[in-house]
Design a protein around this ligand. Sequence first.
Ligand code: URA
Ligand code: SF4
Length: 196
Amino acid sequence: MEKNLEALKQKALACTACQLCQGRHNVVFGVGQPDAEVMFIGEGPGENEDLQGEPFVGRGGQMLDRLLAVVDLDRNRNIYIANIVKCRPPHNRDPLPQEQECCIGYLRSQVAIIRPKILVCLGRIAACRIISPDFRVTKQHGQWFVRSGVHMMGTYHPASLLRNPRQKPECFEDFLGLRDKIIEICTHTYPQQQQR
Ligand code: URA
Ligand code: SF4
């Protein structure tokens, strides 16, 4: 396994391991800080992400950035963001199980290199893959799970909030819970923690 993020990225950029390589403009590897204690995981690139090569840059991404800002998180400062699959599924369909299986090794390596303390799954696909196969977002969002010392939580996908604005207060609560968890277990995510 690649020991450094840049080498892993170069490998992903050339990947043709599954059929999703065929329609892509860019491999969307991930963005953020290599020393992040908090990592966000989406399902896969959409149109804008495919064109720009960065996760969550469309309307859903703007929604995510606003939620992040509320709890003092920022992809340019103190988190890392990646997806289950790195290439865009056609017409934004869900990534197939076999495509997820093909690609998940990159995410596992990203987690192994970055070693985040907290994983936040954005939406059903990521939560089912990372937390448990029968995860129900409407019932279990905001709940914390711990595996191998890593704290994990699933919440609504930002695109889902755009379609169902009534989910926003619940998602907002989940982000406040995230802030509490960061204050509890992280050491350098917030500026005041760096002074400790
Ligand atoms: N939706 C996702 O799950 N990931 C992205 O990067 C963009 C939209
Ligand atoms: Fe490779 Fe993942 Fe892209 Fe499939 S989706 S081609 S496994 S990088």
